[in-house]
Write a protein that binds this ligand. Structure first.
Ligand SMILES: *Cc1c(COP(=O)(O)O)cnc(C)c1O
Length: 385
C-alpha cells in the first residue's frame, strides 16, 4: 500500500493531535482550478466553512478567488485574510441583523437570500442605511445530490433556499424595493457529490428556472451553482486532486451562458480536503475479545465527520513498516460514536506511533470542539515546519 509522505522526524517534538497541511498540494490544487476556469466566464468563491485557517485563506485569496461566507464572522475573517469585499457572497438561512449589517457596511458582492422574511430584513436594513444591495435568490432546485442525507441540501422541504411557490412573492418584493438589486440565481444541492449526473440535473433545472424568470422580464448577470464537488477519500495518495477538468467541462456543456452572464462556483471541500491530515499518536493498543482497538489521542472533538455522518477517512500508521493487522481505530472521548474506522488495516501499531487520518483539510479543523474540556487541535504547515 502506498502511504502519504510526512516529515515524521519533525513531528517528534510536537504535541499531538494536530492538523498538518501540505501547502504544495494546496497550491497545485489552486493552480488546477485556476487553469480550468481562466479564459472562461467562470468565477470561483471559496467556501470558508470548509476551512477558515488564516494561513490557508491567505493562500487561496492570493490566487484571486472570492469567498463564500455563511456567517458575519466568516465575512470578517475573509476580509482580514485578503479577500476583497467585492468578491464576498453571503449565504445562510439564519442571517441575523448584526450579520446583515456586516455585509451592508462592507458593501459585499452579494447576499444569497434563502427566505422571504430574510429578504424583508435585508430590505429594511438596507433602506435604513440608504444603500442598494445586490441579492441573488437561493432556490431549492429539488435535485437529489445522492450523498449522505445530512449533507443533501437541494431537496424540497429542506431548510435551505426558496421554494418555487415563493418566487412570485419574491419578485414582487424586489420590484417594490429601491434597495434590492436582483443579480442572480443561487443553488447549492449538497456536498461530497461524486455522481456527476446530479450536477447535470442541476444545470437543466437552472435553465428551466431562467426561462421562467425571463418570461417575467427578468434576466440574471450571474448563475451560482454552489459547491459540492466530491473528493476520493479512499485513495488520497492516488487521487490527491479532484477531477476539476471533468467538473467544469460538465457545466460548459450543460449550462450555456447568455451574453454578459457569469457562472459562479463555491468550492469548499474539493479545494482544501486533500491537503490536510489529522496527526495523532497511538495512546494504547487494547486487545478486545474478538478485535483490537487502536486508541488515539485524537478524537471526535478534533475531527467530527466520522461521528457526525459516518464519513470514511483513510488512516495510516506513518511510524511503522511492520506487517498489516486489523484494528478498530477510536478516540478517547466518552461517546460510542467516537470511532474513526472499524476493521482498518494498519501496519502493526504500538503506543507512541504517529497515526495520520487523511483528507481532513475540509470540515475538520473548522468543526473542532472542546467537548470533554479537550484542547483544540493545533495546526502546522509543510512550508514552515
Ligand atoms: C457548504 C457550502 C458550499 C461548499 O460546499 P463543498 O461541498 O464544501 O464544496 C458552497 N456553497 C454553500 C452555500 C455552502 O453552504
Amino acid at each position: 500500500m502506498i502511504k502519504g509522505k510526512f516529515p515524521t522526524d519533525k513531528f517528534q517534538s510536537l504535541e499531538t493531535p494536530f492538523y498538518y497541511y501540505d501547502m504544495d498540494l494546496l497550491r497545485e490544487t489552486l493552480k488546477t482550478v485556476k487553469k480550468e476556469t481562466e479564459n472562461k466566464k467562470y468565477s470561483i468563491h471559496y467556501a470558508l466553512k470548509a476551512n477558515a485557517n488564516p494561513l490557508i485563506l491567505k493562500e487561496i485569496a492570493a490566487y484571486g478567488f472570492g469567498a463564500d461566507c455563511v456567517s458575519g464572522n466568516e465575512i470578517l475573517r475573509a476580509l482580514q485574510c485578503g479577500f476583497p469585499a467585492s468578491k464576498i457572497a453571503f449565504a445562510g438561512v439564519g442571517k441575523t441583523d448584526r450579520e446583515i449589517k456586516i455585509g451592508l457596511d462592507n458593501d459585499i458582492f452579494c447576499f444569497n437570500v434563502e427566505s422571504l422574511p430574510e429578504m424583508e430584513a435585508i430590505e429594511r436594513l438596507a433602506s435604513e442605511t440608504g444603500k442598494t444591495t445586490r441579492i441573488a435568490l437561493r432556490i431549492n432546485p429539488n435535485v437529489d445530490a445522492h450523498t449522505h442525507k445530512y449533507i443533501t441540501t437541494g431537496l424540497e422541504e429542506n431548510k435551505f433556499g426558496l421554494n418555487e411557490p415563493d418566487l412570485p412573492k419574491a419578485i414582487e418584493l424586489i420590484s417594490r424595493s429601491s434597495h434590492l438589486q436582483l443579480i442572480g440565481m443561487h443553488f447549492h444541492i449538497g456536498s461530497q457529490i461524486t455522481d456527476m449526473s446530479s450536477f447535470e440535473n442541476l444545470c437543466v433545472k437552472a435553465l428551466e428556472l431562467q426561462n421562467w424568470f425571463s418570461g417575467r422580464g427578468i434576466s440574471f448577470e450571474i448563475i451560482n451553482v454552489g459547491g459540492g464537488l466530491g473528493i476520493n477519500y479512499h485513495h488520497p495518495n492516488h487521487c490527491p486532486i479532484a477531477d476539476f477538468e471533468a467538473y467544469f467541462r460538465l457545466f460548459g456543456k450543460y449550462l450555456k451562458l447568455q451574453e454578459n452572464q457569469t457562472l459562479h462556483f463555491e468550492l469548499g471541500r474539493s479545494v482544501v480536503a486533500p491537503c490536510g491530515s489529522l496527526i495523532s499518536r497511538a495512546t494504547y493498543v487494547k486487545e478486545g475479545i474478538s478485535k483490537k482497538f487502536l486508541i488515539l489521542d485524537a478524537g471526535m472533538t478534533d475531527l467530527l465527520r466520522p461521528a457526525l455522518y459516518q464519513a470514511y477517512h483513510h488512516i495510516e500508521n506513518i511510524s511503522s513498516g511492520k506487517e498489516y493487522e486489523t484494528y478498530d481505530v477510536v478516540g478517547p472521548v466518552c461517546e460510542s460514536s467516537d470511532v474513526f474506522g472499524e476493521n482498518i488495516s494498519l501496519n502493526q501499531s504500538q503506543r507512541g506511533d504517529f497515526i495520520a487520518i487523511r483528507s481532513a483539510g475540509a470540515y475538520g479543523e473548522t468543526m473542532a470542539s472542546a467537548y470533554n474540556c479537550r484542547e483544540l487541535p493545533a495546526s502546522y504547515f509543510s512550508d514552515s515546519l
